[in-house]
Design a protein around this ligand. Structure first.
Ligand SMILES: Cc1cc2nc3c(=O)[nH]c(=O)nc-3n(C[C@H](O)[C@H](O)[C@H](O)COP(=O)(O)OP(=O)(O)OC[C@H]3O[C@@H](n4cnc5c(N)ncnc54)[C@H](O)[C@@H]3O)c2cc1C
Length: 323
């Protein structure tokens, strides 16, 4: 299943603002930039000087997270030696051209990857097929790199030039792109802790990774589902502060174990697992029993985060009861 990012954001916003008698509706402070974070007192100070305190700070502030920085631990975030042109093409601009039909037959309702040497063009649909999302990755030399192209005309020219030897149908689609951006890619190795004091990290703040397997956003959603189980108010009774601490430790254990494998495999194209099994990342997959593309896909997608979180919570509570 693929989403056009603004549609996913709109749906998450709608769900977030649903009214219910079971919980308090959140208050959104749009356009508010956090300047500092105090993880011991769950307090953030905004750039406008106002301060907000709560029970817990959930650091969902991306790979350059201020909340992560407040943990004061080693952050291994570094640039990857490649970048990605991201292009959106309205489907209607392609269907009128009969020469596009063969390529559309390969990509309709599918996640297609066109690979040539070190370049990888991923093609998938958004907005129920009304949009085509083309992501064209290419290698860069970090020593000589001048940074991403920001001029909208030049960035499109650069994309067409970089992929000029691709099939004419693919090039024709790239030419139809309305908006093109040139995205730098950063990644990190697993963090020592996902929670500290009265703060917890989720999403890219917790696990920035390479985009080859398309897992960054997916794992952010898994984080949210896990937190929803571990911190559900029905199961938090009595000494809540102590319990929240215990629950966050359970969350960390469950997520760190899975994340170490997801992050290691995030730059390995499905099907390359065996070829790369002697590399540092390939070794992690091998130890986890992932030997080929199918195994890798099973590991990523045949996983029920709600079920796994419930199991971990029950086991954690049983272990506590035995003490
Ligand atoms: C080229 C590319 C392709 C990708 N493709 C895929 C894919 O196919 N599938 C997939 O699952 N993932 C993909 N990803 C990864 C995905 O985009 C990220 O993993 C995801 O956006 C992480 O979400 P997040 O909310 O944790 O962080 P972000 O999306 O970075 O959001 C962080 C938010 O915090 C805000 N923020 C930061 N600092 C502050 C502050 N001080 N005060 C207030 N607000 C702040 C930012 O403005 C931002 O809105 C891709 C990434 C790239 C670069």
């Amino acid at each position: 299943m693929t989403f056009y990012r603004p549609d996913l954001h709109s749906e998450l916003l709608r769900l977030c603002m649903l009214q219910s008698s079971e919980y308090k509706s959140p208050k959104l402070l749009l356009g508010s930039e956090v300047a500092t974070v105090d993880i011991n007192n769950a307090t953030v100070v905004l750039t406008n000087g106002s301060s907000i305190s709560g029970d817990l700070v959930i650091g969902a502030d991306g790979e350059r997270s201020l909340v992560k920085a407040a943990f004061k631990e080693l952050d291994t975030l570094r640039p990857a030696p490649y970048r990605i042109f991201r292009a959106i093409v309205p489907t209607e601009t392609l269907v009128d051209n009969k020469r596009q039909w063969p390529v559309l037959s390969l990509t309709t309702s599918k996640f297609a990857i066109f690979r040539k040497g070190t370049r990888i063009l991923s093609w998938f649909e958004g907005r129920d097929g009304f949009l085509q999302d083309l992501e064209a990755g290419y290698n860069i030399s970090l020593d000589e790199d001048q940074g991403p192209e920001t001029d909208p005309v030049k960035v499109k020219q650069k994309m067409l030039h970089t992929f000029s030897d691709y099939h004419p149908s693919i090039l024709a689609a790239l030419r139809k792109a309305e908006r093109v951006s040139d995205w730098p890619v950063y990644y990190s190795t697993p963090l020592a802790h996902l929670h500290k004091g009265r703060a917890v990290l989720i999403g890219d703040a917790a696990h920035s990774m390479l985009p080859t397997t398309g897992q960054g956003g997916t794992q952010s959603l898994e984080d949210i589902c896990a937190l929803a189980i571990f911190l559900h108010s029905d199961s938090l009774k009595g000494k809540r502060e102590r319990q929240v601490e215990e629950r966050l430790a359970m969350f960390e254990e469950l997520r760190k174990e899975r994340m170490a494998i997801v992050q290691a495999g995030s730059g390995i194209m499905f099907g390359d697992e065996e070829r790369l099994e002697k590399t540092k990342w390939g070794q992690v997959l091998k130890r986890a029993g992932i030997r080929d593309g199918e195994g890798h896909l099973r590991f990523l997608y045949q996983y029920d985060i709600f079920e796994e979180s419930r199991k971990a919570l029950e086991e954690g509570m049983r272990a506590k009861a035995r003490l």
